[in-house]
Design a protein around this ligand. Structure first.
Ligand code: SF4
Length: 443
């Protein structure tokens, strides 16, 4: 048995890949270490989405080697894909695995190192194991690569052409995860909307197939570009196991800025899509990504973006201050916005986002929604404060008597306003005597 330590930087897709490698290694009878010091082989799934992310990846490589110089060190992911020679030259690195070979990482390691496998005693039918970390929600990679060329994005360069996992493969993984106790699967990819472009099917086909051939209580979609969505796509949300939460990256609320970003969307089309989604999906939580300070973003363009966001309203906005990523078209563009201006626009957008989040949460005060409880923290008075997410991705905390294990359980919760900071969550009250919880939750 070889002891392997896995660590991830970057996106949900990287997390999904690392979790799958962990399950594969365990199926082969290897052990997953909880710390680099305990491992014979260390694997880093790296990120290089920004220059800063690439620098962080280098830093982590140095730290991992320092923590355990005797272990083999494998570097995979976007930093390894974009700078293979640079990575291979870093002290302690024994194997560099690019994005095109990621699926085969366990086999590459077996071919490179003497991985002495134990008989897969620990393996259970279906081969999914509970690995370290969250045991409630699993990120499931369904596709990789992207055909688009947004000018700020290095991912499309690092991840290559679109390729999809088969319906059967994704279904089998989700059923195995459910058998291992996971309550929620989050479908993730580089360009999720491009799912099936190489298989002659589309994302709607996949979601329908999963709703029919899996029983996991919750299916959620991760980030979804606001184009390439099949006709009638939002009709799928009539199914109660599809979670009413959409993350549709906007990036800018001004058509001139969107054109320089080479986004395949206009503000009018984005607004129309949001209207369709809100009409079709009750209790929808809409979140987005927004870049402030994109090259050439004048005061007038910025004002349009702020007004568009104000008009649409989002439950959460991931706000990114533009930083020129070497290797992207945007990094070579004229009109780079001064740092102080970017900082002011970021501050302004954070204020808008905080108001909109509070307004969205307020809509659900007094409602009862199902919550998947993820973690509990002991309180001084002996109670436990549980934290989890509703179906429509609202963060909820609730107090329950000690001894009541809510971990990984889905229960209804009556939602009340937060009684103080932080204001990014609601308080939950169990609309039934908690003592009955032991019987009711799974029925
Ligand atoms: S759609 Fe654009 S931002 Fe998204 S991965 Fe593709 S190129 Fe990058």
């Amino acid at each position: 048995m070889t002891t392997i330590y896995l660590t991830t930087l970057g996106c949900r897709l990287n997390e999904a890949e690392t979790s799958r490698w962990a399950r594969e290694f365990q199926n082969e009878g290897h052990a997953i270490a909880r710390a680099p010091e305990e491992a014979e082989v260390i694997v880093l799934n790296s990120c290089a989405v920004t220059t800063e992310a690439a620098r962080k990846s280098r830093q982590v490589i140095h730290r991992l080697h320092r923590q355990n110089p005797g272990a083999h060190l494998v570097v995979a992911g976007c930093y390894a894909e974009l700078e293979p020679a640079q990575v291979a030259a870093l002290t302690g690195v024994d194997l560099v695995v690019g994005n095109q070979e990621k699926e085969a990482l366990p086999r590459r390691m077996a071919a490179t190192f003497d991985l002495h496998a134990m008989p897969a005693l620990a393996a259970r039918p279906g081969g999914a194991h509970m690995v370290a970390g969250s045991r409630t929600r699993a990120f499931v990679k369904v596709q990789d690569g992207c055909r688009n060329h947004c000018t700020f994005c290095i991912v499309t360069i690092a991840r290559g052409a679109e390729r999809s996992r088969s319906l059967a493969e994704v279904t089998a993984e989700i059923n195995a995860l459910h058998a291992a106790g996971y309550q929620e699967a989050v479908l993730t990819g580089v360009h999720l909307g491009g799912y099936g472009s190489d298989l002659g099917v589309d994302l709607a086909t996949l979601v329908e197939h999963l709703l029919r051939h899996t029983d996991i209580p919750r299916l959620r979609l991760s980030s979804l570009e606001p184009w390439d969505l099949p006709e009638g796509f939002f009709g799928l949300w009539q199914h109660p196991r599809l979670m009413p939460h959409l993350h549709l990256p906007l990036q800018a609320g001004c058509d001139a800025t969107l054109r320089r970003m080479a986004r395949r969307c206009t503000t009018a089309r984005y607004a129309a899509l949001v209207d369709q989604a809100r009409a079709a999906i009750p209790h929808l939580t809409l979140t987005t990504d927004l870049i402030v300070g994109f090259p050439g973003e004048s005061e007038a363009e910025w004002a349009q973006t702020a007004a568009f966001v104000e008009a649409l309203g989002f439950a959460h906005i991931h706000i990114f201050t533009f930083s020129a990523r070497q290797g992207t078209a945007a990094s070579r563009m004229r009109g780079q916005v001064p740092g102080e201006i970017k900082r002011q626009r970021s501050q302004q957008m954070h204020a808008i986002a905080a108001r909109q989040k509070a307004a969205h949460l307020a809509q659900f005060v007094g409602a009862t929604r199902p919550v998947l409880w993820e973690s509990g923290a002991d309180q001084a008075d002996g109670d436990v404060q549980w934290s989890g997410y509703t179906d429509n991705y609202l963060r909820v905390v609730a107090l329950a008597p000690a001894g009541l294990d809510l971990q990984n359980r889905i229960t209804p919760a009556y939602l009340t306003a937060p009684s103080g900071p932080p204001a990014d969550r609601l308080h939950g009250v169990f609309p039934f005597p908690t003592l009955t919880l032991t019987q009711t939750a799974h029925e």
